[in-house]
Design a protein around this ligand. Structure first.
Ligand SMILES: C[S@@+](CC[C@H](N)C(=O)[O-])C[C@H]1O[C@@H](n2cnc3c(N)ncnc32)[C@H](O)[C@@H]1O
Length: 273
């Protein structure tokens, strides 16, 4: 493989482009990371320089290459029942949510859902804790910028090692297993049907939503965003949450703005005021 250099002026082009398109603010140190992670891609595309790759990105109308670029520089790491304290909190909150509902309808957004473990965990959780789960109309909107992770999420197949650490009643209740493919588990179809997976860029795509959500999860997504992008996105989330409803962030994330509309309840859970 030919090693292609990333010149400072080329890095500057990517920095501006990726900030405008995805809200990711790249520090100078990320130059080495971009060079290392994208060299293989340039070789695959038969491109001679990062400038050529930049031009290629600009011509990519469906944003497929942008999606690959983001996957190369950001992390898609996720897992079932990530951020354990938040699920404990949700257990306490669920009776209140049920009391608030005039219809048996729950709508949740998993924003930056990666390969699907987060939206499926929400359903597993509800299946375990709502005694009349089957009688509820539950829909999860699960969005991500990366086509690659969304493909995995829609399929809902997960390696045994990531599933077998879950309690056995959840494995029994929420997964199916093919006798001929013992190395993975698949989320059962009745749960998969409750999730609508969509490609969606949280920074540049329009907020087209007609209805509000009972809760929003946007965990470990805004870590790369700068304050302006974060502030803007949180402001838009608040318009989609009815009073009293929770917004879940990642455990390393906290809000420095919007204190008048969101109150910290602990464990990076914020309540719409
Ligand atoms: C670390 S994963 C978090 C997955 C899950 N929320 C969790 O906490 O386990 C971050 C995800 O955010 C997505 N992402 C990054 N920037 C985005 C943007 N501008 N719009 C939508 N998704 C984005 C990435 O593709 C990645 O799948």
């Amino acid at each position: 493989m030919q090693e292609i250099e990333l010149r400072p002026e080329e890095f500057a082009l990517f920095r501006t482009y990726i900030y405008e398109k995805v809200g990711i603010a790249l520090s100078d140190q990320k130059s080495t990371l971009i060079k290392g992670r994208l060299n293989k891609r340039l070789n695959q595309l038969n491109l001679q320089s990062f400038r050529d790759y930049y031009d290629y990105l600009l011509k990519d109308e469906n944003a497929e290459e942008l999606s690959l670029f983001v996957s190369a520089i950001a992390t898609n790491v996720t897992s079932f029942f990530r951020e354990g304290a938040q699920w404990k909190w949700l257990e306490q909150y669920l009776p209140q949510l049920i009391r608030m509902k005039s219809e048996k309808k729950i709508r949740i957004w998993s924003a930056g859902c990666s390969s699907g473990e987060e939206p499926y965990t929400i359903l597993m959780f509800l299946e375990q804790h709502l005694h009349d789960f089957d009688t509820w109309d539950i829909k999860i909107l699960a969005t991500d910028i990366s086509t690659k992770v969304l493909k995995h999420a829609i399929e809902g197949k997960y390696e045994a090692k990531g599933v077998e650490t879950l309690p056995s009643e959840i494995i029994k209740c929420s997964f199916e297993r093919n006798k001929n493919a013992q190395s993975y588990y698949q989320i059962k179809s009745s749960l998969r049907e409750k999730v609508l997976f969509r490609k969606y860029n949280l920074v540049t795509d329009p907020f087209f939503f007609k209805n509000k959500f009972d809760m929003i999860f946007c965990r470990n997504v805004m870590i790369y965003f700068d304050d302006v992008t974060r502030h803007d996105l949180i402001g838009r989330f608040t318009t989609l949450l009815p009073k009293g409803s929770p917004l879940f962030l990642g455990s390393s994330e906290s809000l420095t703005s919007h204190r008048e509309s969101l109150k910290l309840l602990g464990s990076s859970i914020y309540q719409r005021l």
